[in-house]
Design a protein around this ligand. Sequence first.
Ligand code: AMP
Ligand code: FE
Ligand code: FE
Ligand code: ZN
Length: 286
Amino acid sequence: MRIDLHAHTTASDGTDTPAELVDRARQAALDVVAVTDHDTTSGWDEAIAARPAGLTVVPGAEFSCVHHEEDGRRINLHLLAYLVDDRNEDLRDEWSRLRSTRRTRGRAIVERLVAAGFPISWDQVSTLAADGSVGRPHIARALVAAAVVPDVDTAFRELLSSRQPYYVPKADTDVFTALRLIDAAGGVAVFAHPLARRRGPVVGDETIAAMANAGLAGLEVDHPDHDEDDRAHAARLAADLDLIGTGSSDYHGHNKRTALGAHLTDPVAYERLFDRPTARRPVGDA
Ligand code: AMP
Ligand code: FE
Ligand code: FE
Ligand code: ZN
């Protein structure tokens, strides 16, 4: 069984449509793929409708969250919310608020870049994002199209990272509120890339323990942004806290270099993760 539990589509900052994603999942010989766009479930229907025989689609979303540290710092983190009820009003309202802050904040970043003389526009970025959740990868693509930078990776490193003056944060959801919302909507929560320090500061083990007490079910262990030490540490932490360790590619199409299926979840972990009452079920042949 080849299981990849984290992938993006044009519903957020991936470059494959949901139909293209499930097609690519079969080409990558996957048995299971989760559709986990940022703060939206809008790719689910198309992915499920286009699902090839033999492939199981797990409906999910990647929830933009923040942890308020005792010293006043705010640390951004992502929760994967699987099998939630997409009609749950509280969750829908919160994700709608997040998508709207993504637009306002995307526009603010573009304004800073334009003020610094970079030849891009909000119209162009908004067109690239179409109806999907706007993210910095859309701004990165506009910068590549304008030949400001050679590729998306350079755009992040030189212009879009949180260490750059053009950066504007978004108003993300408190992670403990998010865990309550996911639980109330009948979903399963997994902490995405918990040790991805390359993206910015990460929360400490004591916060992960508090999240485990607040209903977190799993930790992403195998992820492209984790090195060997991170993986070993995440696996140990998962065992200590009785969390389920997963593996996933966090595929974003050509916005990133990682291929779909580059990291996989163990079938036993997959069974354990979803062996509980949930609002939705994975959609497969059985
Ligand atoms: P945002 O959601 O707007 O804060 O942008 C963060 C998104 O950008 C995440 O989903 C990452 O997948 C993506 N990202 C972060 N760093 C890079 C990078 N170096 N190259 C491509 N995508 C990246
Ligand atoms: Fe992304
Ligand atoms: Fe993420
Ligand atoms: Zn992701």
